[in-house]
Write a protein that binds this ligand. Structure first.
Ligand code: PRX
Length: 630
């Protein structure tokens, strides 16, 4: 695939993509290896919604990630794995080896009864086997559902049950910084509440003792003994599902965002090559976890489709010290580095001495994803890591969009601190006012929508198509609504201002306020709670919880700890509130709706202009909340 190589070429490609979308994407799609070609490039409507790309085209994404590279890149390194402990050896896997290992594990899955269309859940550490198993699912046409290994047993069980998964892939344990966690224990607890899992295949990573249930649990290494490394790729329709990935929304229950084979493949490679301006022999590193969309699209699929060398890192940025990222960049001569603002801000706090120890001269391009990057963090990243010569690509996108939507193209289009800048070719963003009217012109602000389909867009929410319609296509009929607010400046550059719905973004992780409230309310002493986001120096947003207790109990520090424990058990440590305030009531309208605007202001420490509170059911509660605020 040829990438855009100048600003004028970007403009030309963009215009082509708007004037003739089908012709534009047909050209891009033709660079892939298809088992049979499509009849029609695009068939769509946004009411139901019903979107079909490369209609009747047949393919297998793993043939595009692996097989097609073997003739000329078989000995090239596909994955470099960097362990949590810097004293353990890194592992390099060539395209030939990766192909072989994916085929072997695909045969393990087949031996255990997996078929095309089955859902397979992966709950694993960041080890090569996670990438291998993900691709093995795709090889046989099973739908992978990767669940981040920081989620609790309850959250894992909910996700397994929602998609009726029949196989669970996990490990004995995982290493993360100084911590060692027993994943298998968590999986065992989850499986007590799941009755669709026939086989649980367990990778040995830490070597710790785990319980193995007869007739259900199998060791990964034993299963590999039983297979060979030949496995034909399943023939997939372009619109067959490739994966589901759960993400939080404004209601309590996370939804399984579903992506399909053909369109996702085309856009993953197109966006990877163009945004990062990947060149043959570049070493590329995305620090995300494969449990999130960034890991799916830009650790596994985008880079491997492009025949790139992609780094997978098992650990955390601050172990054994805050220089770990930069040590890895030097060690593997990383050219393209992609991380989250929260990591940048956290490392900023450690000063620059720890950076100066390392040679970062291989870096050409730096990326940012997951939340708005504040100007200070942008400048720090540009100066101290990029040495004022690297491009920063601030990439805006979502689990639902499958790939990067708005971003500079490194060294090709302009960058501007805190701006995601311009849409990629093929992406037609628009801003709408609260009535849904499109806001024309520049120097304007509104809610961000997309008005034309793109290949990697969400197709449905697993098992509940109506929900997909309601959440994304009903607020502004005829448009996909992102849930984000956005400005367009005088140059036409886009700047994402944050969520406009009840979703908070904590360290780049999406949390639904209702989801966290449901977690808190599980504590026996809690009657009701309301959660809002507030600005947090490192995390971007922190979680502030207002909690009403049963009248028979007194609020105490111990009780706060118990509530945090409840949330950890219900969802996982990432959902733990940063602040808990016990209150006797919540500001509600007469119809019972919580006035979150007031709670947000108090959490932000700004009580100067709370607006009219006289219409509240109990106006006195506001003063009590202000007095008790932290
Ligand atoms: O609010 C936006 C924010 O993250 C949300 C998507 O979260 P998730 O589906 O978990 O995917 C994160 C990784 C793609 C968006 O609705 N967001 C993501 N990237 C940016 C961003 N906000 C501002 N600037 C970004 N570059």
């Amino acid at each position: 695939m040829k990438k855009i190589d100048s600003f004028s070429e970007y403009n030309r490609a963009y215009e082509h993509s708007v004037n003739d979308p089908e012709g534009f994407w047909e050209d891009v799609a033709s660079t892939f290896s298809w088992q049979s070609k499509w009849d029609k490039v695009l068939d769509w409507e946004f009411d139901t919604p019903n979107v079909n790309w490369f209609v009747n085209g047949k393919l297998n994404i793993t043939e595009n990630c692996l097989d097609r590279h073997l003739a000329d890149k078989g000995d090239k390194i596909a994955i470099i794995w960097e362990p949590n402990d810097p004293n353990e050896d890194a592992i390099s896997i060539t395209y030939n080896e990766l192909h072989q290992r994916v085929c072997e594990f695909a045969n393990v899955l087949l031996n255990n009864g997996a078929k095309k269309g089955d859902r397979i859940c992966l709950y694993m550490p960041m080890v090569p086997e996670l990438a291998i198993a993900t691709l093995a699912c795709a090889r046989i046409g099973a739908i992978h559902s990767v669940v981040f290994a920081g989620f609790s047993a309850k959250a894992l069980a909910d996700r397994i049950n929602d998609a009726d998964c029949n196989i669970l892939l996990t490990s004995d344990g995982l290493f993360r910084g100084t911590k060692q966690l027993c994943l298998k224990d968590i999986a065992d607890e989850a499986l007590q509440h799941c009755n669709t899992i026939n086989a649980c295949i367990v990778l040995q990573r830490t070597g710790q003792d785990v319980n193995m249930t007869n007739g259900r649990d199998l060791w990964w290494h034993d299963e590999l003994q039983k297979v060979n490394h030949h496995c034909d790729a399943q023939i997939m329709d372009s619109e067959d599902p490739l994966f589901v990935l759960y993400t939080s929304g404004s209601t309590g229950k996370p939804k399984g965002v579903q992506h399909h084979c053909g369109g996702y493949m085309v856009y993953a490679e197109y966006s990877f090559r163009n945004v990062f301006q990947y060149e043959e022999d570049d070493v590329y590193w995305c620090t995300a976890d494969i449990g999130w969309i960034t890991g799916h699209s830009y650790i596994i699929y985008g880079p491997l489709l492009s025949g790139a060398t992609t780094i997978m890192f098992e650990g955390v940025p601050t172990y054994p010290d805050a220089g770990r990222f930069w040590e890895i960049c030097e060690k593997h001569r990383v050219n393209i580095f992609y991380t989250a603002p929260t990591a940048i801000r956290a490392l900023q706090a450690y000063g620059t001495e720890v950076i100066e120890k390392y040679d970062l001269s291989s870096l050409k391009t730096l990326g940012s994803v997951g939340e708005p990057i504040n100007e200070e963090a942008w400048d720090w990243y540009y100066k101290n890591i990029g040495k004022e010569k690297c491009w920063i690509v601030d990439t805006w996108w979502q689990t639902e969009t499958g790939g990067i939507m708005i971003s500079p193209l490194a060294h090709i289009t302009k960058m501007k601190p805190t701006f995601a800048t311009l849409p990629l070719p093929g992406i037609q963003p628009c801003l709408v006012d609260t009535d849904g009217n499109e806001i024309q012109g520049n120097d304007v602000e509104g809610n961000l929508c997309v008005k034309f389909p793109w290949p990697s867009m969400i197709r449905t929410t697993y098992g509940d198509h109506e929900r997909c319609k309601q959440v994304y296509f009903s607020t502004y009929p005829g448009k996909y609504f992102t849930g984000d607010g956005c400005k367009r400046d005088q140059d036409g550059f886009y700047r994402i201002t944050g969520r406009v719905d009840d979703v908070i973004n904590v360290s780049g992780h999406r949390m639904g306020t209702a989801e966290v409230e449901n977690g808190i309310n599980e504590h026996v002493s809690v009657v009701e709670s309301a959660v809002v986001g507030y600005p947090h120096d490192i995390k971007g947003q922190g979680i502030y919880a207002y909690v009403i207790l049963d009248s028979s109990v007194d609020g105490s520090e111990d009780l706060k700890k118990e509530i945090l424990h409840t949330v950890t058990t219900e969802i996982g440590p990432i959902a733990k509130p940063d602040k808990i305030q016990f209150v006797s009531g919540l500001p509600k309208t007469r119809s019972g709706k919580i006035m979150r605007r007031i709670l947000r202001k108090v959490a932000e420490g700004d009580t100067s202009n709370l607006g009219d509170t006289s219409t509240l059911l109990d106006p006195n509660v506001v003063q009590e909340i202000i007095n008790g605020a932290q």
